[in-house]
Ligand binder design. Structure first.
Ligand code: SF4
Length: 246
């Protein structure tokens, strides 16, 4: 299979399960919008509104402006959802609480120089473009913002992979994960500075994945992880012959 670009989402999908990648990016089988992404996308919209304003004025917005942006995004994405895992209003309320936990404590520590920028960076050795979607960039760091269930002690592997990709292609070694935890309704900042060894190890992972995709190797590796098949909609819809309930 020929590919001329790769994003973090494509890479992490391939590493999670080759068959999953094949369903999504080769066969292009679209799935219904899961209710779980509505809150995360809307929280992101609230925070993004603040940092875009700060980029222009140097000032943070009042919390009400973030909550308005959150509300608009939530209602817009909610139109795409047929089935809610949690009642919609309960889910929406969680997002308000998360923004109130994040904004007063963390926004004031960030001085953005770029917000929500997507760059396509050519990699001549891999003969493709790498898509770098930065949530926020500061003078010395790349920041990614995630809404997750529980706040971790260190940056989880999936997110570290994303930050390594962006670090490698932007040259910024320092990264931050701004994590908003739904379970305890708290927010925290996790820091990391990549060294040469970590970035060259990540590059090898990327090279091998690109080689596998180009060779059409789509192994059902999800069966090896307890969680992968359990969260895989292709499996739940009966499209994957390897899916089994765990
Ligand atoms: S059901 Fe399991 S093996 Fe099949 S695509 Fe999904 S994660 Fe991969």
């Amino acid at each position: 299979m020929n590919i001329s670009y790769i994003s973090y989402t494509q890479l992490v999908t391939y590493l999670r399960c080759g068959r999953w990648y094949q369903f999504k990016y080769v066969d292009k089988i679209a799935l219904p919008t899961p209710s779980g992404i509505v809150l995360g996308r809307a929280v992101h919209a609230g925070i993004e509104t603040n940092y875009k304003h700060k980029l222009e004025t140097g000032e943070d917005l009042p919390i009400d402006s973030l909550l308005d942006a959150y509300n608009d995004s939530f209602e817009e994405t909610a139109l795409e959802v047929d089935v809610w895992e949690l009642p919609k209003e309960r889910e929406k309320d969680l997002g308000y609480k998360l923004l109130k936990a994040y904004h007063p404590k963390i926004s004031k520590t960030v001085k953005p120089i770029l917000v929500e920028e997507e760059e396509w960076i050519n990699d001549p050795e891999l003969k493709l473009n790498v898509i770098v979607k930065k949530d926020v960039e500061t003078k010395d760091s790349i920041i990614d913002i995630k809404t997750i269930s529980r706040l971790p002690e260190t940056i989880p592997f999936d997110y570290e992979l994303q930050l390594a990709m962006y670090s490698l292609y932007t040259g910024k070694r320092k990264v931050q994960l701004h994590a908003l935890g739904k379970k305890h309704l708290k927010a925290k900042v996790l820091h990391k500075e990549f060294n040469d060894e970590e970035l060259s190890s990540f590059r090898e992972v990327l090279k091998q994945a690109v080689r596998g995709i180009r060779a059409g190797v789509f192994l059902p590796t999800g069966v090896n992880h307890k969680w992968a098949c359990a969260f895989c909609e292709y499996g739940k819809l009966g499209l994957c012959e390897f899916w089994r309930e765990k």
